[in-house]
Design a protein around this ligand. Structure first.
Ligand SMILES: [Zn+2]
Length: 395
C-alpha cells in the first residue's frame, strides 16, 4: 500500500465533531492517506512523511459528497414532460409509468451502461457514495434485475417496488405482490426498503405494510413522504423509527416535533423543488427545531434530473436559508448519517479516504459560485479518480 500526503490545503473540512465549529475546519492543513483510509489529519507543518506528496496549491479539500437518495436504474427520457411542466402543466406521481415502460423494455447492458454513465457524472462532481433505488421495474423480475444492476455500483441499494401502482393492478393486489414474491426476489440484492407515501401512490397503511414486510426480510426502512402535500408519511417514519425520511416539503408542527423527538433525519431534495417549481422545504425551521438534516440529489428522470450535489448545496443556501456550512455538512456527514454509515462523510483517521479538491479557497464557494464546476479533483477510497487528483505532480 502507498501512503500519500495532500498538503497545501488552505481550508480542510473534516466534519470532526471533536474540532471546534460546524465543519471542524482546519486552515493550512494536510491529510495523509494510507491505502483506502485517512491515516492522519492536521496542520501541514506537523505532517508525517509519506511515500508520495500532492500539493493542493492553496485550495480547499472537503469530504466526498454522500448522495443518499437517487433513482439511477432507468431508461428513457422525460425532457418533453419537463418542458410541458415549465410551461404550466402540473407534476403528478403518474409520470413514473412512462419510465417504467422504457425501463422494462431496456436490456441489462443498456441499463448497466446508463447507471455507469450517471455514477461517473456524479463522481466528476464530487459524489463518492451514492444510494440507488429500484422502482422503475414494478414486476418481480424487473425489480430484482434493477437491484442486481444497482449492486454493481453501490452497496447502498434500496428496494422501491412501492413506487407507484402499475396500471394493470389494483392497489391491494399490488401491495400483496410487493410484500410477497417481489420482496423475496429483491431482498438478497438490497440493504433498504422504501415506499412512496403520497396521494396518487401509497397511503400510510400500505406504506407501513411494505416497510414492516421489508424489515421482516432483513431490510431497513426509509420513506418518500410529504413531497406533494401534507400527509401521514413523516409520522409513519417516526412511528417506525426510520433512520431517514425524504422530501419533507410539507410539514406540520407535529411533524417537526416527531422528527426531533425520534432523531429521524429529514433528507431534503431541493433539486426536486427547483425542477418542479414547488415551494422548498423549510430547512431553517427544521434545523432551528433541532432536527438532523441531510441533502441529496433525488436524481431521477421525472421530477429532478440533476446529479449535482454542488447545485443542491447552492439551492439549499439560496432557497432554504441554510448557511453554506450547514449545507456542506448536510451533503457529506448528513448523507452518511442518513445511510447510517460511520465510515464515510468525514475526514478523520480511520474513515474511508473519499476527498474532493475544490478549485476554490473555501467550502463557501460551492454556494457562492453556483453553476461553476469547482470540483478540481477526487479521491475515492484513496484512489485518485478525477482531475487534479489523477494529474497531480508528485513532489
Ligand atoms: Zn425519490
Amino acid at each position: 500500500m502507498t501512503s500519500t500526503l495532500i498538503t497545501g490545503i488552505a481550508e480542510l473540512v473534516t466534519n470532526d465533531p471533536s474540532r471546534p465549529g460546524p465543519l471542524g475546519l482546519l486552515q493550512d492543513a494536510a491529510v495523509a492517506l494510507d491505502g483506502d483510509r485517512v491515516a492522519w489529519v492536521g496542520q501541514a507543518v506537523d505532517a508525517p512523511s509519506t511515500d508520495a506528496r500532492v500539493d493542493a496549491g492553496g485550495r480547499a479539500v472537503i469530504p466526498g459528497f454522500v448522495d443518499s437518495h437517487s433513482h439511477l436504474v432507468f431508461a428513457g427520457d422525460r425532457a418533453a414532460e419537463f418542458a410541458a411542466r415549465m410551461t404550466g402543466e402540473p407534476y403528478s406521481a403518474g409520470g413514473i409509468r412512462t419510465t417504467v415502460a422504457a425501463t422494462r423494455a431496456a436490456s441489462d447492458d443498456k441499463l448497466i451502461a446508463h447507471v455507469a454513465r450517471h455514477v461517473q457524472e456524479m463522481l466528476r462532481q464530487g459524489t463518492t457514495s451514492v444510494e440507488i433505488k429500484s422502482g422503475y421495474g414494478l414486476t418481480v423480475v424487473d425489480e430484482a434485475r434493477s437491484l442486481m444492476i444497482a449492486r454493481q455500483f453501490t452497496e447502498e441499494t434500496t428496494f422501491l417496488g412501492a413506487h407507484v401502482v402499475p396500471d394493470d393492478l389494483d392497489p391491494a393486489a399490488y401491495v400483496d405482490l410487493v410484500t410477497g414474491p417481489m420482496l423475496e426476489a429483491a431482498a438478497p440484492h438490497a440493504r433498504w426498503v422504501d415506499a412512496f407515501c403520497e396521494t396518487g401512490a401509497f397511503d400510510a397503511d400500505q406504506a407501513r405494510a411494505v416497510l414492516l414486510a421489508g424489515e421482516q426480510a432483513g431490510l431497513r426502512g426509509r420513506l418518500h413522504a410529504n413531497q406533494l402535500g401534507p400527509g401521514p408519511g413523516v409520522q409513519l417514519a417516526a412511528e417506525l423509527g426510520l433512520v431517514a425520511v425524504d422530501h419533507c416539503t410539507y410539514l406540520t408542527g407535529a411533524d417537526v416535533d416527531a422528527l426531533r423527538d425520534t432523531g429521524t433525519i429529514a433528507t431534503l431534495l431541493p433539486g426536486v423543488e427547483f425542477s418542479t417549481r414547488h415551494p422548498y422545504p423549510d430547512a431553517r425551521q427544521l434545523i432551528d427545531a433541532g432536527v438532523a438534516v441531510a441533502i441529496a440529489s433525488d436524481c431521477n428522470p421525472g421530477s429532478c434530473y440533476t446529479s449535482s450535489m454542488p447545485l443542491c448545496i447552492a439551492l439549499a443556501v439560496r432557497e432554504m436559508r441554510m448557511s453554506p456550512a450547514e449545507a456542506v455538512q448536510a451533503a457529506t456527514a448528513g448523507g452518511a448519517a442518513a445511510l447510517d454509515r460511520g465510515d464515510i462523510g468525514a475526514l478523520i483517521p480511520g474513515r474511508r479516504a473519499d476527498l474532493v479538491l475544490l478549485d476554490a479557497p473555501s467550502h463557501v464557494h460551492l454556494a457562492y459560485r453556483p453553476g461553476v464546476p469547482l470540483v478540481a479533483g477526487v479521491w475515492s477510497a484513496g484512489r485518485p479518480v478525477v482531475g487534479a487528483a489523477v494529474d497531480a505532480a508528485v513532489i
